[in-house]
Design a protein around this ligand. Structure first.
Ligand code: ZN
Ligand code: ZN
Length: 387
């Protein structure tokens, strides 16, 4: 990992090279290991920011996830749309021909068949599984969304309802993330809500929160004009530019008082609720200062670097900071995926325009470059297709 980071400083293409731990290879098609697994042919898979993090190995060794137990190989691609081509005899609820998504990408107690499951898996927070790395994987080379074929344990699959289009099915995973983020702290009627970031997760969080609570006022921090346009289309009543000092603009939007003393910028007042879909040191520090006293900041963005955070707004202004990791079972007992599918099937989310680019697998390097230069390419969700 260290070697690649050093190379990356000089050569942005290092991740594609021979020395990179990231490799695109031809391997044997996987077989199901026992009757509780499915074999899947993938149609397409969205490229996620975390895929890019792993491709360029941007995980800082001191970040929490860097110390969690690892597997020999991680197959990338979790925002997939696949079709069941073989269902083991002990798999219920799935049949050959079903369209499916991948609900649990990382090994959990369910996939490892640990009975009873750990307390996190038992309550549905499968991404917080405490048994990670306790057992060898059932299948090492199971494939992922960027491979044409893969196998998955029955617990990992989510059946796509017939009412959803293929594009909606492809967006199910990021919509489920947005659902988990929004449901972790839903806006109340009359709230002023800010979504930081207008990439896929920021836009989807805006769309989901607004669908659940239409009687709140939504604002978006967007970096590029095409992102601002999408945010407006999804119901943002105003856009805050992603500039170095946007405190005055945030003060105007939220009706707060802006104070700057010796370069120390604060707001008195601010947004009731802030969803931070970027989640780096700058946005978290800003969000804590842009929330009103007693306000709430939800961290959805996954940054793999330890950053310096001034947490004084947490005690001084009683601001709550909470975060989410992907998706889970929500407080009403439904999974984030069930809620996402219901919202899509009910026509509550119009996701036209979120998928901006499609590449065949053979052009994966171009897809990655498009992600890296998403501003100039006008990219939101990039999809890799198995043609
Ligand atoms: Zn993702
Ligand atoms: Zn577990």
């Amino acid at each position: 990992m260290a070697a690649l980071n050093v190379l990356s400083v000089f050569d942005k293409e290092a991740a594609f090279g021979r020395l990179s731990p990231f490799q695109c290879r031809e391997i044997r098609e996987p077989d199901i290991p026992n009757p509780r697994w499915l074999k899947v042919r993938n149609k397409a898979c969205g490229l996620c920011g975390t895929d890019i993090t792993f491709i360029f190995m941007k995980v800082h060794p001191k970040a929490f996830p860097a110390a969690t137990p690892a597997w020999r190989r991680k197959y990338l691609g979790h925002e997939l749309l696949g079709e069941v081509i073989e269902a083991g005899s002990e798999v219920e609820g799935f049949a050959v021909g079903d369209r499916i998504g991948l609900r649990m990408d990382w090994p959990t107690c369910f996939e490892m068949e640990i009975d009873p499951p750990c307390p996190q898996c038992a309550r549905g927070s499968y991404l917080l599984c405490e048994n990670w790395g306790r057992r060898d994987p059932v299948v090492v080379d199971k494939g992922g969304g960027f491979s044409p074929y893969m196998v998955m344990h029955r617990s990992q699959a989510f059946k796509i309802p017939a009412a959803l289009s293929n594009d909606e099915a492809l967006l199910m995973e990021p919509v489920a993330v947005a659902v988990h983020g929004a449901y972790s702290r839903l806006p109340a009627a009359g709230d002023k809500v800010l979504v930081i970031g207008a990439g896929t997760i920021g836009l989807l969080t805006l769309a989901v929160a607004r669908a659940v609570q239409p009687d709140a006022e939504y604002w978006s921090v967007a970096r590029y004009p095409f992102q601002a346009e999408m945010a407006r289309k999804l119901g943002a009543s105003g856009i805050i530019p992603d500039e170095k000092n946007n405190f005055p603009a945030v003060a105007d939007a939220s009706g707060a008082r802006y104070i700057s003393r010796l370069g120390n910028r604060i707001l008195m007042g601010g947004f009731d609720l802030i969803y931070d879909s970027v989640g780096n040191g700058t946005t978290v520090n800003n969000a804590l200062r842009w929330a009103r006293g007693g306000g709430h900041v939800v961290l959805l963005g996954a940054d793999f670097k330890p950053e310096r955070i001034d947490y004084s707004p947490v005690w001084n202004q009683e601001v709550t900071l909470s975060g989410i990791n992907s998706h889970a079972v929500e407080s009403d007992g439904r999974t984030s995926w069930d809620i996402a599918a219901e919202m899509l099937a009910g026509g509550k989310l119009n996701l036209d325009g979120i998928i901006t680019h499609r590449f065949p697998l053979e052009e994966y390097q171009e897809a990655i470059r498009t992600f890296v230069h998403k501003g100039s390419k006008g990219a939101t969700k990039i999809v890799i297709e198995h043609r």
